[in-house]
Design a protein. Structure first.
Lengths: 120, 275
């Protein structure tokens, strides 16, 4: 099963990115094969609606879960309707966050954080 | 003549200057375009009896006609539409009401419905108008454009702009005859004045600077304006008396003959610059 993690860098040793809509990279990892790929978040530089676009990207990648720091109200609406479960990642590497996810140790997010969190 | 008052930095005294100008200019119309927090009426005290709602058009989808093809999403330049599992999701407060989605839809499933985002209030003689954006609405421009449609086409209009130099300010000032840039002698005041000057220069609008809270110990604005050959139209001093009256909703021109004369002089100077 595929999960998406917001990342500050291009490999699984990189630190988790706390922004969602304006994260620079998404890492799409397969939890069974442990393979992963990196995609650029094209929404990062959008003038508006970054979370909405980024949400669409995650759904297009068929991820069933997203690990990130914070999602705004619009992104939450998109991700929820695409049946993507959202988890609050920790300030450790992508690899460690995947391990925590597999162990069920990440907290699920059901409410939106502040809008424009990633603009600050 | 249409005089727009802007500043770059907030809190420099746009409202003090614009309301004082309107108060000093007989038969003028004051238009508060700072629609996120209009405050000119604290001083001008107009009785706001007239009310007109501002609406924008947002798309709605007829699910019976929609095939979930995603053409609307591709047409949208503002990321206001996503199509997930063939179901269209619209984000009204990001929508810029351009209508592209309706044109792009191959099955005619999209129609547009009006949505209230703010209000325009005025007095019965229409010498005072203000726009008010509803809470949680991000788009100021539709309110400003409606204000400008209702603005007096002839005669004297004083326009109070929002701070900053964004599209809100551009739409407020773009067809004015003259811009008054209000600043204060602080590093932030000077920094944002430069941005405001860039803006009015790009829009090719004639402009001059008013220094509010002017003081002898800081002449940074005067030296900058001298170096750049920019008109300093007036200086309003840093004064406890002005601040005390302001806090009671009284403008300098309302309690002092001296300041009233200063603003009449300022209006004369602006008139000279326009011709």
């Amino acid at each position: 099963m595929k999960i998406a993690i917001t990342s500050t860098g291009t490999d699984i040793k990189s630190l988790l990115e706390k922004k969602f809509g304006r994260a620079e990279f998404f890492i799409i990892a397969d939890t069974e094969s442990n393979e992963y790929k990196v995609i650029d978040n094209k929404a990062a530089m959008e003038a508006g609606g970054a979370g909405i676009q980024a949400g669409q990207t995650i759904i297009n990648e068929s991820a069933i879960a997203l690990i990130t720091g914070n999602v705004g109200p619009n992104a939450l609406r998109v991700l929820t309707s695409g049946d993507v479960a959202i988890y609050r990642g920790q300030s450790v590497s992508i690899e460690e966050n995947i391990t925590l996810y597999k162990k069920g140790e990440l907290q699920q997010i059901n409410t939106a954080g502040e809008a424009h969190f990633g603009m600050k | 003549m249409k005089i727009a008052v802007l500043s770059g930095k907030g809190g420099t005294g746009k409202t003090t200057i614009s309301a004082s100008l309107a108060y000093s200019l007989r038969n003028s119309q004051y238009v508060d375009c700072d629609v996120e927090e209009p405050n000119g009426n604290i001083f001008l005290k107009a009785s706001l009896t007239e009310r007109e709602v501002v609406t924008v058009l947002n798309p709605v989808v007829n699910d019976d006609l929609c095939t979930g093809c995603g053409a609307c999403q591709q047409a949208c330049q503002f990321n206001a539409i996503v199509v997930i599992n063939k179901k269209v999701m619209i984000f009204d407060n990001i929508c810029h009401s351009c209508g592209a989605c309706k044109i792009a839809c191959p099955t005619g499933a999209i129609s547009e419905v009006p949505r209230e985002i703010g209000v325009i209030e005025s007095n019965s003689s229409n010498t005072f108008m203000q726009g008010k954006l509803n809470l949680n609405e991000p788009l100021t421009v539709p309110v400003i454009l409606q204000l400008k449609r209702k603005m007096n086409k002839h005669g004297n209009v004083i326009i109070d702009s929002a701070p900053g130099a964004s599209c809100t300010v551009v739409s407020t000032i773009e067809d004015s005859d003259y811009c008054v840039l209000v600043t204060e002698p602080t590093p932030f005041g000077l920094h944002d004045l430069k941005i405001a000057i860039d803006l009015v220069k790009q829009l090719k609008l004639p402009f001059g600077v008013v220094i509010n809270k002017a003081m002898d110990s800081d002449k940074s604005i005067q030296s900058f304006c001298k170096k750049e050959n920019i008109d300093v139209l007036m200086e309003l001093p840093y004064s406890k008396e002005i601040a005390q009256n302001y806090s009671k909703g009284i403008l300098p021109v309302q309690y002092s003959k001296h300041y009233k004369d200063e603003f009449i002089k300022l209006l004369a100077t602006i008139k000279e610059r326009i011709i």
